[in-house]
Ligand binder design. Structure first.
Ligand code: NCD
Length: 314
């Protein structure tokens, strides 16, 4: 039985975009689009999750994901608190499951969990009680499903909802990226015309993640004529030694500069999930330039997280 869905197809937990059917993905994106008008403030939606309690349970650092889940829950009227596992009794030897069960015993209805290990969030979902749902806010290099959704919502906002004519490039450290894995799942489900991946061979995964994509090791070739350029951060904290020679060399070969961006379509958009390493994978002139939709992505993150919380809890 699926951990993520009830037998009738509704979401039980939200763990991965891998097995989310097209219709369910569309429904979430449509809900996020509707919520967007009220996502950045106001009190219009405070009734939706009144009386529900959401806990942000973070075993790994976060800026955008944690803050936007907090705001999303608040704007839907839930009680919400953040539990920073790095300052907790986990340090005294308490297991992650015991931590979750104790917080659950205080009346938490939904946990938003980030963890550095692949599959750790699904394990916690298995341990959760029947009325408690778990949302994956990023597990290791495995999945980051709400980032995948916000990236799709952002592409739709700027390029329209028909992906069947879009050429999309994902460039950089794909091997260690949970964002890339969730994005690839969603792009395939939504029928993107062409998906290209580009990075040094040492950062391109060999586990099936990029099957069906056009694979490039030369960014100047990969970027020719694309509609969307998604840049990824070099995940140095997940990286074995020696996968890249030097940061300067990486920027020279794989950094997105204005000159390189000029090889894409003239109206191509530039995306990055953050945090950016400026001067490593992306130049300031591009990150802050007119084709960048990096901050609109962040705004869409709030709407998408409201849609997911609503789908699970309302
Ligand atoms: C990403 C993450 O944590 O997976 N950031 C995010 O959630 N916006 C990407 C990254 O860390 O590079």
């Amino acid at each position: 039985m699926s951990l993520q869905f009830f037998p009738d197809g509704r979401f039980r937990h939200f763990l991965s975009l891998e097995d989310v059917p097209h219709a369910a993905l569309e429904k979430l994106l449509e809900s996020a689009r509707e919520l967007r008008a009220d996502a950045l403030g106001g009190t219009a939606l405070r009734q939706h999750l009144l009386g529900k309690t959401v806990c942000n349970l973070f075993f790994e650092n976060s800026t955008r994901t944690r803050s936007s889940f907090l705001l999303a829950a608040q704007r839907l009227g839930a009680d919400v608190f953040t539990f920073d596992a790095s300052t907790s009794s986990g340090k005294k030897g308490e297991t992650d499951i015991d931590t979750l069960k104790n917080l659950e015993a205080m009346g938490v209805n939904a946990f938003v969990i980030r963890h550095s290990e692949n599959g750790a969030v699904a394990k916690l979902a298995e341990a959760a009680g029947p009325g408690t749902c778990v949302i994956n806010a990023g597990d290791g290099r495995h999945q980051h499903p709400t980032q995948g959704l916000l990236d799709m919502l952002s592409i739709r906002e700027f390029k329209g909802s028909d992906f069947s004519s879009l050429k999309i490039l994902i460039a950089g450290d794909i091997k260690h990226s949970r964002v890339a894995r969730s994005d690839l799942n969603a792009l395939r489900t939504l029928g993107a015309a062409e998906i290209r991946v580009c990075g040094p061979a040492s950062l391109l995964p060999t586990d099936g993640t990029i099957d069906g994509c056009k694979r490039f090791e030369d960014l100047d070739q990969a970027i020719q004529g694309v509609d969307v350029v998604m840049m990824l951060r070099l995940q140095r904290e997940r990286m074995e030694e020696g996968l890249i020679n030097s940061l300067d060399g990486y920027f020279r070969d794989y950094g997105l500069t204005q000159k390189r961006l000029a090889l894409a379509k003239h109206d191509a958009i530039v995306m990055h999930p953050g945090p950016m390493n400026r001067g490593v994978e992306i130049a300031d002139e591009v990150a802050d330039g007119p084709q960048s939709i990096i901050l609109p992505q962040v705004s869409n993150g709030v709407a998408v997280r409201m849609a997911v919380l609503k789908a699970l809890l309302a």
